[in-house]
Design a protein around this ligand. Structure first.
Ligand SMILES: Cc1ncc(C[n+]2csc(CCO)c2C)c(N)n1
Length: 221
C-alpha cells in the first residue's frame, strides 16, 4: 500500500515542485541571491519559527500517547534550535535578537503560521501533523539537493544555511516525520478524510512557496 505521505505529495505534485524549486532557492544555490532578500527572509523565518514551535507544542497537547507527546516535543526542540542559526547569521550583519523579535510579521508569515495553528486547533493530530509536514520534508529535500553546491564552492555565501538543512539531523527528522504521518494514517485515516487532508497538505505547501516569494519581493525594496 502506498504510504499516506506519498499519496499527499503526489496529489500536490505541482505545488510541491513550485515550493522546492522556487526561484529563491535557485538563486540561493547559485549564490546569486541578493543578501537583502536572504536577510529579510531569515528575520521573517525567525518569527515563523516562534509560531511553529507553538504548533509543535499544540501537537504535544493533542497527543494521545507518550510517543505522540514526544514527537511534539522533538519538533518543538528542533524549531528552537533552528532559530539559533537565524540569530547567529543575523548577528553577523549586526541584527540583534531583540531587533528580529520586534520586526512586524509579514502577511505571508502570519498566513502560514496561523493557518497551521488553526488547522491543528480545529482538527486532530493527523490534521496538524499533515499541516506541519511540508516544512521539514521540503527543507530536507532542498538541503540534500543543494549540498553539492557548497562542496564545489567552499566560500559559498549561503554555506551555513545549506549545511544546516543538508545535515544528518534534518534528514533524520524528515524521515521520522514521514514515518509518523504514515503511522498516524494507520490510526486515524478513513478514505473519506483523504480529500480534506490533501487540501491541508497542498495549502501548507503553497504557503511555503509564498514564503520564498516574500523573501524575493522584500529583497527588491
Ligand atoms: C518557512 C519555513 N519552512 C520550513 C522550515 C524548516 N523547519 C522549520 S521547523 C523545522 C524543524 C522541525 O520540523 C524545520 C526543518 C523553515 N525554517 N521555514
Amino acid at each position: 500500500m502506498t504510504s499516506l505521505f506519498e499519496r499527499l505529495k503526489t496529489a500536490a505534485a505541482d505545488a510541491w515542485q513550485a515550493y522546492t524549486h522556487h526561484e529563491f532557492i535557485n538563486q540561493l544555490e547559485a549564490g546569486t541571491l541578493p543578501q537583502a532578500a536572504f536577510r529579510h527572509y531569515l528575520v521573517q523565518d525567525y518569527l515563523f519559527l516562534l509560531q511553529f514551535s507553538r504548533a509543535y507544542a499544540l501537537a504535544a497537547y493533542k497527543g494521545q500517547t507518550f510517543a505522540d507527546v514526544a514527537k511534539g516535543q522533538a519538533g518543538l526542540l528542533a524549531s528552537l534550535e533552528e532559530s539559533e542559526l537565524h540569530v547567529r547569521l543575523c548577528a553577523e550583519w549586526g541584527i540583534s535578537r531583540e531587533e528580529m523579535a520586534a520586526t512586524p510579521e509579514h502577511p505571508a508569515t502570519v498566513a502560514y503560521t496561523r493557518y497551521v495553528l488553526d488547522t491543528g486547533m480545529r482538527g486532530d493530530l493527523l490534521d496538524l501533523h499533515v499541516a506541519l509536514s511540508p516544512c521539514v520534508v521540503g527543507y530536507s529535500e532542498i538541503g540534500k539537493r543543494l549540498a553539492p553546491a557548497i562542496q564545489q564552492q567552499p566560500d559559498h555565501p549561503y554555506a551555513e544555511w545549506i549545511s544546516e538543512y543538508a545535515s544528518e539531523e534534518v534528514q533524520q527528522l524528515a524521515a521520522e516525520a514521514i514515518g509518523y504521518i504514515d503511522h498516524l494514517g494507520e490510526r486515524f485515516l478513513s478514505e473519506a478524510r483523504f480529500e480534506n487532508l490533501a487540501q491541508i497538505f497542498a495549502t501548507a505547501t503553497r504557503m511555503e512557496t509564498a514564503f520564498w516569494q516574500m523573501g524575493l519581493d522584500l529583497g527588491q525594496e
